[in-house]
Design a protein around this ligand. Structure first.
Ligand SMILES: Cc1ncc(C[n+]2csc(CCOP(=O)(O)OP(=O)(O)O)c2C)c(N)n1
Length: 369
C-alpha cells in the first residue's frame, strides 16, 4: 500500500466527509504527483548507454557459460552474474596496460564483468571454460573465470580464496617505489575475509608512512557457498575492519551501476592522489548461486541489476525497448558463434602440462629426474 492511500486507524481527522456531486464536478483534477526524475548521478547519456551495453554483454556471456556447462561441454562453472553493476564500472575506470605505470588487477572468480568492460572478447572466456589449448589465460587447464591477462596486468585468478589481497599489496608496493600514479586493485568475497590473508593485507596496506596505493574491495553477496553472512561476522560491516586500520572505507550498493561508478571513480582518484589505500565493501546479488556445484540456477527472488538498470534507462527515455532488445540479441548471437567455433578447437596436449611450471621449463618434467 502506498503512503498516499494509507488510512491511519483510530484518527477521526482521517475520515473524510462525503463531497456533494455538484462540488465534486467542480473540483479541479488533482495534479499527478511529479515522478522523481532519475538524474543518474549526472553521468552522460553516452556513458550510461556504454555501461548498460557492457552489463548486458557480460550477463549474456555468463548465461552462455552456464548453458555450456549444463550441455555437458564444460566440467564446472563459477562466475559473476549479479556483479555487473559494480564490475563493469570498475573495469571502465582501470588504467589498462602492462607494466608498473599501469594499474594491477588481482581479481576473483566473479570478475567477468570487469574484464568485459576492459575489452575481453567473449571467446576468451568460452575457450577457458571449454578447456581449449587456445585459451590464452591458462592453455585450457583451469576453471571457468580463472583468467590471466599479462598484457593488462591481470594476475592469475586463484582458486584458494583471498590470497590475492596480500599479493595486491606487493604490486602496490612496487608501483609506489617506482613513483607511478598507478594503483593495485583487488576483489574478493565476503566469506573469504575470514582468511588470515585478508587481515595481512589490511596491515600491509596501512602501515604509517608506508601506506600503499591499493583499492581493496569485497563483494558481499551474503554467502560463502552455503554459509550465510549472519552468524559469521562480529562486525556489522566488513568495512569496519578496514576502519580499524585507519583505511578510508565505505559501503556501496553494488546493484546500482551509477553509485558504483561514482564511488570507484572517487576512491581511485583518492588513491592516485594520496598514495594511500581505500576500502570499498560492495553489496551484490549472487544471482545464479555459488557455482555449478549448487546447480547454477537463477534465483528469482534476488535483485537483478542488469534488468533494473535497463528499466531505468527506458523509463528515462535514454534507451528504447527496441534498442535494448537488439543489444541482447547481438550479444547472444556473438556468444553462440564463439561457442560453435571453440567446439572445433583442440584440447591441450599431454606434453603441455609442463608448460609454465618453471621458468624456461627447466626441471619441469619429473620423468627426466
Ligand atoms: C583457502 C580456501 N578455502 C576454502 C576454499 C573453498 N571455497 C571456494 S569458494 C568458497 C566460498 C567463498 O565465499 P566468498 O568469499 O563469500 O566468495 P563468493 O564465492 O561468495 O563470491 C570457499 C570456502 C577455497 N577455494 N580456498
Amino acid at each position: 500500500m502506498s503512503k498516499k492511500t494509507t488510512v491511519k486507524q483510530g484518527k477521526k481527522s482521517s475520515v473524510k466527509k462525503a463531497t456533494s456531486p455538484a462540488k465534486a464536478a467542480k473540483k479541479p483534477v488533482k495534479k499527478k504527483v511529479a515522478q522523481k526524475r532519475d538524474h543518474f548521478g549526472g553521468l552522460s547519456e553516452d556513458l550510461l548507454l556504454r555501461i548498460h551495453d557492457l552489463m548486458v554483454k557480460s550477463r549474456v556471456l555468463e548465461e552462455r557459460l552456464i548453458k555450456i556447462y549444463k550441455a555437458g561441454e564444460a566440467y564446472f562453472w563459477i562466475g559473476g552474474p549479479g556483479e555487473e553493476a559494480m564490475g563493469v564500472p570498475l573495469g571502465m575506470l582501470v588504467n589498462k596496460g602492462q607494466g608498473l605505470e599501469h594499474d594491477w588487477l588481482h581479481l576473483h572468480y566473479r570478475c567477468t564483468p570487469t574484464l568485459v568492460a576492459m575489452g575481453m572478447p567473449m571467446v576468451d572466456s568460452i575457450r577457458l571454460i571449454m578447456n581449449r589449448a587456445t585459451d590464452t589465460s591458462t592453455g585450457g587447464r583451469n576453471f571457468a573465470n580463472h583468467y590471466c591477462f599479462p598484457k593488462w596486468n591481470v594476475a592469475p585468478v586463484t582458486s584458494p580464496i583471498e590470497v590475492q589481497y596480500p599479493i595486491a599489496c606487493g604490486t602496490a608496493h612496487a608501483q609506489k617505489r617506482a613513483g607511478h600514479k598507478s594503483i593495485s586493485i583487488v576483489t574478493g568475497g565476503d566469506a573469504g575475509t575470514a582468511e588470515g590473508d585478508f587481515a595481512t593485507a589490511l596491515i600491509w596496506a596501512s602501515r604509517k608512512g608506508q601506506e600503499l596505493p591499493v583499492l581493496l574491495t569485497v563483494q558481499n553477496n551474503g554467502y560463502g557457498i552455503s554459509t550465510p553472512f549472519e552468524g559469521q561476522h562480529g562486525e556489522s560491516e566488513i568495512a569496519d575492519r578496514a576502519r580499524a586500520f585507519n583505511i578510508r572505507s565505505r559501503v556501496i550498493n553494488g546493484n546500482d551501476p551509477v553509485e558504483s561508478y561514482l564511488a570507484f571513480k572517487e576512491e581511485m582518484e583518492y588513491i592516485r592522489k594520496t598514495g594511500k589505500p581505500s576500502f570499498v565493501e560492495v553489496k551484490v546479488s549472487r544471482l545464479y548461486g555459488h557455482s555449478s556445484a549448487d546447480g547454477a540456477n537463477r534465483k528469482p527472488e534476488l535483485f537483478d541489476c542488469v534488468l533494473n538498470f535497463e528499466k531505468r534507462l527506458i523509463s528515462a527515455g535514454i534507451l528504447s525497448d527496441k534498442a535494448a532488445k537488439k543489444i541482447w540479441e547481438t550479444y547472444e548471437a556473438e556468444g553462440v558463434a564463439a561457442q560453435e567455433n571453440v567446439r572445433h578447437e583442440p584440447a591441450p596436449s599431454p606434453e603441455s602440462v609442463w608448460d609454465h611450471v618453471y621458468a624456461n621449463n627447466e626441471n619441469a618434467d619429473w620423468r627426466k629426474f
